[in-house]
Structures are given as structure tokens and as C-alpha cells.
Design a binder for this molecule. Structure first.
Ligand code: HEM
Length: 351
């Protein structure tokens, strides 16, 4: 079997779900996955696919339709601005006690981030981002209903900017959509950043302990985004717009794009399986690096990428300063087949 796992510092091993492992073993950069899906990891073709047509509203994650209607563009931009304000405020504030980072990752980190960013939102809004609630459809519906009646008289003073979008919605539809956007934006941010920080902690291995000698964690994050990108697969429905781009793609095909594979392309990366943060030293705009797209290509690039990296860096810093130790039963971590690529381990903090 070809070597596909990154060689993390300290010999920590990564074991992928069999279907991810199969993909990593592919030599071709355009290949049929099944009767109705073509996989692509060729950098040029990936860029062409993304540019060939705009993302359909149903293909979007945060901004797919809510309450039976498309999300208006101005409401989408207001939401991302509000999220930016909440992230900036959290980064500037002291984090919650680091003992909250102990437990099973990435879940412990997701809950920690939710507490850090959204716990000051008044009830019932803060319930929208609670794991116990988001895991249950029935509870989610109940909380959504309660939030549409918010604010109660005198409430709302401590609300963050994202919660303010719900409070200030102009009519019933806008309010329902603001509730959906709060839930989706907070989940996408906390789940994504928890995955990224967890992957980075694993790949860093014992280098974590030499934190004092490495004040800048950003190169560690960019190298993690290359080797274990949380958004490892992008999806496009229907091949109609893409048939002219490659003979393998037929109109009835869906297309799966794989940043995970592209980021290990030997023509673009030396020692692609090595975790080498020093690759990014002096790189002023990592997203301009060829064969690299952890946040998508032009045409559908992530609106939140400028929030994700600084928040992940702050989380990583907090975890490392707490003396976090990572454990798995056999010293190797498993990556299950999920839409977000994230390693699993148990963590214990000293704080
Ligand atoms: C670690 C966290 C995140 C990662 C790794 C990530 C990654 C990505 C990637 C790879 C794309 C391209 C998707 C495609 O072409 O199909 C994308 C697009 C996008 N992302 Fe993110 N993202 C993250 C968090 C967020 C958050 C928190 C938000 C907003 C609340 C967001 C909003 C968007 C938007 C609006 C797009 C453009 C596509 C669209 O119009 O729906 N992302 N992101």
C-alpha cells in the first residue's frame, strides 16, 4: 500500500477511513468514483470547475435557502460582518478556563469555542449553538420557536453582533432566516476551527512544547491546512457546465473536488507527506500558492477565511499554554469519513 499518511513530528500516525485511504492511493488526477461521480484533484481542472458556474443556492452550506426562501445577498453580508465582530471581540477577550479543552476532540474544542464566542448571548439565543440542542431536531425546533419570540422585555443587552441580527430582523421571514443563519454560521465556525486546531495539535506533536521558541503559530496552521484540510472535498451537482472541460465528465455526473489530494501533488510540493511549517516562512499570501485551496478558488472562495485562521491561532495558543497532552489508545489517530476532516484524540490540560 502506498504511504499516504502525513509523517507528524514525534511519529504520531494518522489512519484514514477506508474510503479516504482509497482516494489517497489514487495516481490519476481525474477519476471515476462511481457511475454518477467523477473525482478531480488536478489543480487546473479544479480551478476551471469552480469558475465554470456560480455555486447553486442548494450547494451552499451557510447560505443555502432557509424558511423556504433564498438568503438575500445583503443579509448574507450582514451576517458575515456580524460574525467578524463577534470573533474579533472573542480574540481580544480572555478565553474561558483551559480545563474546558480537556476531553474528546474535536468536540471538546467545539463546545469551548461556543462558550467563548456566544455564551454571553442571552437565553434562549445562546441555546441555538449548544451541542445538546444542535444534535436533536426536536430540541432545535423548540429553541427556534422560542428565539422567534425573543427578545423579552429588558433582554438583549449582552447579545453579540450575530444575535443582534435576529433581534433587529425587519419581519417574520427575516427573523426566521436570521435564526437559521445564527445556527449555521456558529456551527460552521466552531466545528471548522475546532477541526483545524485539533489537526494542527496532532501534526505538531512534541513541537507544541517548544512553543516559546516558536512565537508565530501561523505557518503551523497553513501547513495543517495543506496536509489535513478540514474542507477536504467540495461538491458540484450535475456535470452539464463541466463536460467541455474534461472528456470523463458527462452531463449526468456530479463532480467531487479534492483539495486533500491536490495538496499532496508531487509536481507542486516537495516531500508532500512531511509536515514542514517552514515551507510557509516568508510567504505573504499563502492562498496564492499553486495547488493549494483550503478555502476554495475564486468564484466560491470562503467569506470567513480571515476569521478562521486568527481564531484557530488563538485557540492553539491557549491549548499549548495550558500544557495540553494528547492521548489515543495506540498512539495513532483515526480520521472518520465526515464532511469535515478531523483527527480524533483525548486531551488533558494542565490548567
Ligand atoms: C474552518 C472553517 C472553514 C473552512 C475550512 C472553510 C472552507 C471553505 C471552502 C473550501 C470553500 C469553497 C467551497 C466550494 O467551492 O464549494 C468555502 C466557501 C465559503 N465559505 Fe467557508 N470555510 C470555513 C468556515 C466558514 C464560515 C464560518 C462561514 C460563514 C459563516 C463560511 C462561509 C463561506 C461562504 C459564504 C463560502 C462561499 C460559497 C458560498 O457562497 O456558499 N465559511 N469555505
Amino acid at each position: 500500500m502506498p504511504e499516504t499518511a502525513p509523517k507528524a513530528a514525534g511519529g504520531h500516525r494518522v489512519v484514514y477511513a477506508p474510503r479516504i485511504q482509497d482516494l489517497l492511493a489514487r495516481k490519476e488526477t481525474v477519476f471515476r468514483i462511481d457511475a454518477a461521480t467523477v473525482g478531480v484533484s488536478d489543480p487546473d481542472l479544479m480551478a476551471e470547475v469552480v469558475a465554470a458556474r456560480p455555486v447553486l443556492s442548494a450547494e451552499r452550506s451557510v447560505y443555502k435557502p432557509a424558511a423556504g426562501a433564498d438568503i438575500p445577498h445583503d443579509s448574507a453580508t450582514r451576517t458575515i460582518r456580524a460574525l467578524g465582530q463577534d470573533v474579533t471581540a472573542a480574540i481580544a477577550a480572555p478565553p474561558p478556563p483551559a480545563r474546558g479543552l480537556s476531553g474528546a476532540w474535536p468536540y471538546a474544542a467545539t463546545s469551548y469555542l461556543r462558550r467563548w464566542l456566544f455564551a454571553s448571548d442571552p437565553l434562549p439565543v445562546s441555546l441555538l449553538s449548544k451541542r445538546a440542542v444542535t444534535g436533536s431536531d426536536a430540541l432545535s425546533r423548540l429553541v427556534d420557536r422560542a428565539v422567534t419570540l425573543w427578545p423579552a422585555p429588558g433582554a438583549g443587552d449582552t447579545a453579540g453582533a450575530l444575535a443582534g441580527q435576529i433581534r433587529d430582523a425587519s419581519d417574520a421571514l427575516a427573523r426566521k432566516q436570521a435564526v437559521a443563519l445564527y445556527r449555521r454560521a456558529s456551527a460552521t465556525l466552531c466545528d471548522g476551527v475546532a477541526a483545524l486546531a485539533g489537526n494542527a495539535l496532532w501534526l505538531m506533536g512534541p513541537a507544541r512544547e517548544q512553543r516559546a521558541a516558536r512565537p508565530d503559530l501561523t505557518p503551523f496552521l497553513w501547513e495543517t491546512l495543506r496536509l489535513l484540510p478540514p474542507a477536504w472535498m467540495l461538491w458540484r451537482k450535475g456535470g452539464d457546465a463541466y463536460t467541455a472541460l474534461h472528456p470523463e465528465i458527462r452531463p449526468e455526473d456530479d463532480v467531487a473536488l479534492f483539495p486533500l489530494l491536490m495538496h499532496r501533488h508531487r509536481d507542486f510540493w516537495t516531500d508532500p507527506l512531511e509536515f514542514q511549517p517552514e515551507r510557509w516562512a516568508g510567504v505573504t499570501d499563502p492562498e496564492k500558492a499553486p495547488a493549494f485551496m483550503p478555502f476554495g478558488f475564486d468564484g466560491a472562495r470562503c467569506w470567513a477565511r480571515h476569521l478562521v485562521v486568527p481564531l484557530a491561532e488563538r485557540l492553539l495558543e491557549t491549548a499549548i499554554e495550558s500544557g495540553i497532552a494528547l492521548h489515543t489508545p495506540d498512539g495513532e489517530t483515526h480520521v472518520p469519513l465526515r464532511s469535515l476532516l478531523s483527527v480524533r484524540f483525548d486531551a488533558k490540560t494542565g490548567a
